[in-house]
Design a binder for this molecule. Structure first.
Ligand SMILES: Nc1ncnc2c1ncn2[C@@H]1O[C@H](COP(=O)(O)OP(=O)(O)O)[C@@H](O)[C@H]1O
Ligand SMILES: [Mg+2]
Length: 208
């Protein structure tokens, strides 16, 4: 990913998104304690605790801005053979679910990263007719050390077996994959278990 002024490559970029105060917070008279100077990568906490990040988006940034600034280039790089991960981190209520777009949000402008990325993946496939593409999707929840396959209802409450390999990778055995051919939920094919040898364990992805 190209950063800032030079074309130096960094495998990880960190973006901070400040969410607006919620109506209930405003109602209780809460005030924002973070300040983002316009067009800067600096965030000030309180009066004088200043931090810099690759990207800082203030409370006025919408979902489109977040997607185009932080994710779109990764989807394009993905089509050139790079692995990509988008990781939302923050305390409860900070806006992870909203940002990643997992919640079932009504309007198109409110859609988050997952629906926008999927729409882009299928758009890029449509534009590139010279190649055949196969899209498979897995959806895994990790909560309190438990791994759940959210695409397979019947196994959703079971633990997915895993073990740690000597090089500290954790392959997940039996995580289902569904074939997909549209971004809007229609899908083909039956769920298939991924053989541990076939799948890439977390942490084994390489960018460059
Ligand atoms: N950028 C945003 N703009 C407007 N509302 C937001 C934004 N980010 C989060 N929210 C709202 O804040 C609340 C908490 O967000 P949520 O995504 O559920 O947090 P988390 O998943 O981190 O616990 C939700 O009501 C959500 O709709
Ligand atoms: Mg959440």
């Amino acid at each position: 990913v190209e950063t800032g002024k030079s074309s130096e490559c960094t495998p990880v970029r960190v973006a901070v998104r400040v969410r607006p105060l919620l109506p209930k917070e405003t109602l209780h008279g809460h005030q924002s304690c973070v300040h983002v100077a316009s067009d800067s990568r600096l965030l000030t906490l309180g009066h004088d605790h200043c931090f810099s990040f690759d990207v800082v988006l203030d409370q006025n940034a919408n979902q489109e801005e977040l997607y185009s600034t932080c994710v779109e280039s990764l989807v394009h790089a993905f089509f050139q053979g790079f692995n990509a991960t988008v990781f939302a981190y923050g305390q409860t209520g900070s806006g992870k679910t909203y940002t990643i777009g997992e919640a079932n949000i009504g309007t198109e402008e409110d859609q988050g990263i997952i629906p926008r990325s999927l729409a882009e993946v299928f758009k890029l496939i449509d534009e590139n007719e010279a190649r055949d593409h196969t899209v498979r999707v897995s959806y895994l929840e990790v909560y309190k050390e438990e791994f759940k396959d959210l695409l397979e209802v019947e196994t959703a409450n079971k633990d997915i077996p895993r073990h740690q390999t000597p090089n500290l990778q954790i392959p997940l055995c039996g995580l289902g994959r569904l074939g997909a051919h549209r971004a809007d939920g229609e899908r083909w094919g039956a769920a298939e278990g991924i053989h541990p040898d076939q799948q890439r364990p977390p942490g084994s992805g390489q960018r460059d």
